[in-house]
Design a protein around this ligand. Structure first.
Ligand SMILES: [Zn+2]
Ligand SMILES: [Zn+2]
Length: 399
C-alpha cells in the first residue's frame, strides 16, 4: 500500500475556511458576549456540540475507524460519522487513511503531519500550505462499509447539515441563531480543531515518554484534558490498537470510559486490550534504557559493576514477568476448563498465577530499590516504584 503524498502548495480552500471561522470566533464572540450576552441555553448547546463532535473524533474517527480498537453497533457508527463530520476534520475515510500513515511512517517525510517538519507544520501548517494526495488503499476495510463510503462521498452535505444547519436550527429554536453561529459553529469548531491539532504538535514535543523513550510521541495530561483522553500519545503510539489511551485509573480518558459504557449496554464489543504484562514490559524497558543512558554519561570507576548489577536484576524482573504472563494465560484456560467440575481445582490455578505475580513484584522491587537508592542515578531517571495494585472494574490500574 502506498502512502499519502504531500506537496508544498498553499491550500486556498483551507486557508479561507480556517480564517473565517477563526475571525468569527476571536472577534465575533467577544463582540456578541458584550453587546447581546450569551445565554445559558447557548452555553449548553456549545458544550454539547464540543462533547458530541470531539468524542466522535476520538471514539469514532480515531479509535473505531483508524485503529479498529473495538467493534461498534450501527447506531454508534452512524453517530460517529454524523457528529464526526460536524467537526469539519474531513471524512472518516480520509482522516483514518492519513492517520494510519502517521502511525506507519511517523516522523518521516511520508508522515502527513510529521513533527520533524516543525511544530507549526504538525499543528495545522500541513493543511494550510500543503496538499495531500491521499491514497486510500490503507483503508479498504473501512471503505467496504456503505455508511463510511457515503459519508466520504457526500462529505460536505454531511458536514454542513451536522455542523452548521443543526446548531443553527437549535439556536433559532432557542431564539439565538446568531449566537449559535458564533458560539456553536465558529467558536466550537476553533476549540475542537485546536485541541485535536495539539495531539500532533504538543504531544509530539512536550510531555513524558513513558513507554518508548525514542518516540517523539509524548504523554501530556493537559492535552488529555482538552481532548477527551487522547493526550497519552506515547502509550498510544506504542499500543495503537488498544481502545484505551490513558491506561492507568487516574488518567483522564473519558473516551475509554464511554467505550466501556457502550460495551456494557451492548452497543460496542470486542474491545482490544493489550495485556497488563505487555504494558509493564514496555514501561520497564523504557525505564531501564533511560538508566543505561544516564550511566553511560558518567565516568565513575564503579559504574561498570553497578550497571552489571542493574542488568542482572532487570533480567530477573523480565523473567518473572514472562513467567507471570504465561501462568496468567494458562490458569485462565485451566480455570475455565475445570470450574464446572471443581471450584477448588480452579482456585488452585488462580493461586498459582497469583504466586507468579507476587514473585514478579518482589523482583521488580529489588530492581527499583537498586536504581532509586543509588547516588549514581539522578532523580529524574528514577524508575516507577508505585505498588502494582490491580483493582477491580474501571479503577484497575491497568484496565
Ligand atoms: Zn502521533
Ligand atoms: Zn492513533
Amino acid at each position: 500500500m502506498s502512502p499519502c503524498r504531500s506537496f508544498r502548495t498553499p491550500n486556498p480552500v483551507n486557508l479561507a475556511f480556517f480564517s473565517v471561522i477563526t475571525l468569527l470566533a476571536v472577534i465575533g464572540l467577544p463582540w456578541y458576549w458584550m453587546t447581546v450576552g450569551v445565554s445559558s441555553a447557548e452555553w449548553a448547546l456549545f458544550w454539547w456540540f464540543v462533547i458530541a463532535t470531539g468524542m466522535s473524533i476520538t471514539i469514532g474517527y480515531h479509535r473505531l475507524f483508524a485503529h479498529r480498537a473495538f467493534k461498534a453497533s450501527r447506531i454508534i457508527t452512524f453517530l460517529s460519522l454524523f457528529f464526526g463530520a460536524a467537526a469539519f476534520e474531513q471524512s472518516a475515510l480520509m482522516w483514518a487513511s492519513q492517520h494510519r500513515d502517521h502511525h506507519r511512517f511517523v516522523d518521516t517525510p511520508l508522515d502527513p503531519y510529521s513533527i520533524k517538519q516543525g511544530f507549526w507544520h504538525a499543528h495545522m501548517g500541513w493543511m494550510l500550505f500543503w496538499r495531500q494526495e491521499t491514497d486510500y488503499s490503507n483503508v479498504r476495510d473501512l471503505a467496504a462499509d456503505p455508511l463510511v463510503a457515503h459519508q466520504h462521498r457526500y462529505y460536505l452535505p454531511w458536514a454542513i447539515t451536522a455542523g452548521v444547519l443543526l446548531p443553527l436550527a437549535l439556536g433559532a429554536l432557542a431564539g439565538h441563531w446568531l449566537g449559535a453561529l458564533i458560539l456553536v459553529v465558529a467558536a466550537r469548531l476553533t476549540f475542537v480543531h485546536h485541541s485535536t491539532f495539539c495531539i500532533n504538535s504538543v504531544c509530539h514535543t512536550f510531555g513524558r515518554a513513558t513507554y518508548d523513550i525514542d518516540a517523539t510521541a509524548r504523554d501530556h495530561w493537559l492535552v488529555a484534558l482538552l481532548t477527551f483522553g487522547e493526550g497519552y500519545h506515547n502509550f498510544h503510539h506504542r499500543f495503537a490498537s488498544d481502545y484505551r489511551n490513558g491506561v492507568r485509573w487516574y488518567q483522564w480518558d473519558p473516551s475509554k470510559w464511554l467505550i466501556m459504557l457502550l460495551s456494557w449496554v451492548g452497543l460496542a464489543k470486542q474491545l482490544y486490550r493489550v495485556s497488563p504484562q505487555a504494558i509493564l514490559a514496555a514501561r520497564m524497558a523504557a525505564e531501564q534504557l533511560r538508566v543505561e543512558r544516564a550511566l553511560a554519561q558518567r565516568t565513575d570507576t564503579e559504574i561498570g559493576e553497578f550497571l552489571q548489577a542493574v542488568r542482572e536484576r532487570y533480567a530477573k524482573v523480565k523473567s518473572a514477568l514472562n513467567d507471570w504472563e504465561r501462568w496468567e494465560k494458562e490458569s485462565r484456560k485451566l480455570r475455565a476448563a475445570v470450574r464446572e467440575r471443581s471450584q477448588d481445582a480452579a482456585e488452585t490455578f488462580r493461586l498459582a498465577a497469583r504466586e507468579r505475580r507476587l514473585a514478579f513484584e518482589r523482583a521488580r522491587r529489588q530492581w527499583t530499590n537498586l536504581i532509586n537508592r543509588s547516588p549514581l542515578i539522578p532523580r529524574t531517571v528514577h524508575v516507577s516504584a508505585a505498588a502494582l495494585i490491580v483493582l477491580p472494574g474501571v479503577c484497575g490500574i491497568l484496565r
